[in-house]
Design a protein around this ligand. Structure first.
Ligand code: C2O
Length: 534
């Protein structure tokens, strides 16, 4: 039976302060956030679903978890506690590299996505731990992670990152928003503020009629991987933990910080009544100026920070739509149910509104390719070995377990040419850095180049520069700022500047040793981990 759309109100996740106030001054915050198994109602007519949820307590735990609000320049220390039962809710597959606790339990570790923080706080996939820290991974060192919040204000998120289990741990609900604020830079911006400043965390899920999360547990190649699938697509669209919710809004401006927290689904958002979006930021931080669009593409793990002005609405309701094929861009068109996201019900009467869309936002240093100290070529392709099947994605032919190859120095910038030889768009995420896409060039004679890469595995010897001479795709204006994830288009070379130093005024290097163990990773946010750098 079909679930009726737009019958549940959009939940607003609880807020947690990442700092404290003592004698009028801001001091570091010390939080303890747990992971709990509980029941969660995703829809009025769907029985409650067993989930894993972050929260200060089991009672207050939510899917997504609480929104952490941190202050720039004030540390947030979080002790992440695992209170999960001995068995996972979803099937997982031990035939891929996976955390395997000796004493059972569900391995978890938390990564602050987009954060610039010391390596031991990065949620390294091998720093996993089970309930009560009974088992811990090889690089686990401390129950407490420290986030110095030294980067520009903007939008981050936290999610599970355990080796081999990240996809199933996220599917069960282990995600949450993290907002970094800097009043000295932001208070002069006349943007909509609370309660008109809202997080929208969007993902897809499928459910059985008993309410349980459905995940296809037949492996893509059952003789090798009995239960592992490289991608997950669900047919219900969930926002802030409810399927196709509705939100009553005033006829005025709102700020929406929209995160795509799906495993593999891209969203191409637009409004049914053509209301525009004014982009003020993306993942990481602000754009220099607002950019107006009537629709935009958001890959898994990307964030769009937008202003929507409902006082311009010609109608009294607007449906947020999705048109992205899945897998993107080579898959099926959306169908009726996953082409709708949520509904805004707009008040008739205009409301007073002090907010504006400013002409300028926050200026950060422009990407300067001349400042790069190193150029790297990174090729994504599906790599086959005699004993393996061709759906494993590797970078430069290397697996996660291989020794680190990319070892940038803290305080420097580099040029990365990312060569995508797969059929799908891959949202590549780089930890600890900010990146800016400079150019996207189509690869001509793709098959010839692929053949060469299969033999030589060396982009320079295969003359990538002679191949990357096809159509140039402009970087969308709202994606030209500093980000931490970008969409690597299939059949293209994406060139970007990666900055391993702080953005913005003051000290430009990290206030910690970025080369320390256990290092950092860069990876596609869809399916599998790639080699790490440190
Ligand atoms: Cu959003 Cu390495 O993760």
């Amino acid at each position: 039976s079909k679930l009726e759309m737009f019958v549940d109100d959009l939940p607003i996740m609880p807020k947690v302060q990442g700092f404290s106030v003592r004698d009028g001054a801001l001091v570091p915050g010390n939080l303890t956030i747990g992971m709990f198994q509980k029941l969660w109602k995703f829809h009025r007519d769907l029985p409650a679903t067993r989930v894993f949820a972050y929260g200060l307590s089991k009672e207050s735990a939510t899917v997504p978890g609480p929104t952490i609000e941190a202050r720039r320049g004030v540390h947030t220390h979080i002790t992440w506690e695992n209170h999960l039962p001995s068995r996972h809710i979803l099937p997982w597959d031990p035939t891929i590299p996976t955390a395997k606790p000796s004493s059972g339990g569900v391995p978890t570790v938390v990564h602050l996505h987009g954060g610039v923080h010391p390596p031991f706080s990065d949620g390294n996939s091998n720093s996993w731990f089970t309930s009560g820290f009974h088992s811990t991974g090889p690089t686990w060192s401390s129950p407490t992670s420290s986030y110095p919040n030294v980067q520009p204000p903007g939008n981050l998120w936290y999610h599970d990152h355990a080796m081999g289990l990240t996809r199933v741990n996220l599917l069960t609900g282990l995600i949450g928003a993290y907002i970094l604020r800097d009043p000295s830079l932001e208070s002069s911006l006349p943007l909509p503020s609370s309660p008109f400043d809202l997080n929208l965390i969007v993902f897809d899920r499928s459910f059985r009629t008993d309410g349980s999360i459905y995940m296809n547990s037949t492996g893509n190649n059952p003789s090798i991987h009995p239960e592992w699938q490289p991608e997950y697509f669900g047919d219900a669209i969930i926002v802030n933990g409810k399927a196709w919710p509705r939100l009553h809004v005033q006829r005025r401006r709102y700020r929406f910080r929209i995160l795509n927290a799906s495993n593999a689904r891209f969203f191409r958002f637009s409004f049914s009544n053509a209301l525009p979006f004014f982009h003020i930021g993306s993942d990481s931080t602000y754009l220099p100026k607002p950019v107006k669009t009537t629709g935009f593409l958001l890959a898994p793990s990307e964030i769009a920070d937008v202003i929507v002005d409902f006082s311009d609405s010609p109608t009294d309701s607007a449906i947020l739509l999705n048109h992205a094929k899945y897998p993107f861009p080579s898959g099926d068109p959306v169908d009726e149910i996953n082409s709708k996201v949520m509904k805004f019900v707009i008040e008739r009467q205009r409301s007073p509104d002090q907010s504006r869309i400013p002409r300028h936002l926050i200026r950060f240093p422009k990407p300067s390719p001349q400042s790069a100290v190193k150029t790297r070529y990174i090729t994504m392709y599906e790599y086959t070995t005699p004993s393996d099947e061709p759906t494993h994605l590797y970078l430069n032919g290397k697996a996660y377990e291989d020794p680190a190859t990319e070892t940038p120095k803290s305080g420097t910038s580099e040029i990365w040419h990312v060569i995508n030889l797969t059929d799908d768009n891959h949202p590549l995420h780089i930890h600890l850095a900010h990146l800016s896409v400079l150019e996207q060039r189509e690869i001509l004679e793709l098959e010839k180049f692929k053949d060469c890469m299969t033999k030589l595995n060396d982009a320079i010897k295969c003359h990538v520069d002679n191949h990357a001479v096809g159509k140039k795709d402009k970087v969308a204006k709202h994606e030209r700022g500093w980000k931490n994830v970008f969409k690597a288009q299939p059949g293209f070379v994406t060139t970007m500047l990666v900055r391993f130093k702080l953005l913005g005024p003051g000290n430009t290097t990290y206030p910690f040793d970025a080369t320390a163990e256990p290092g950092y990773v860069y990876h596609c946010h869809v399916s599998f981990f790639f080699p790490f750098f440190k």
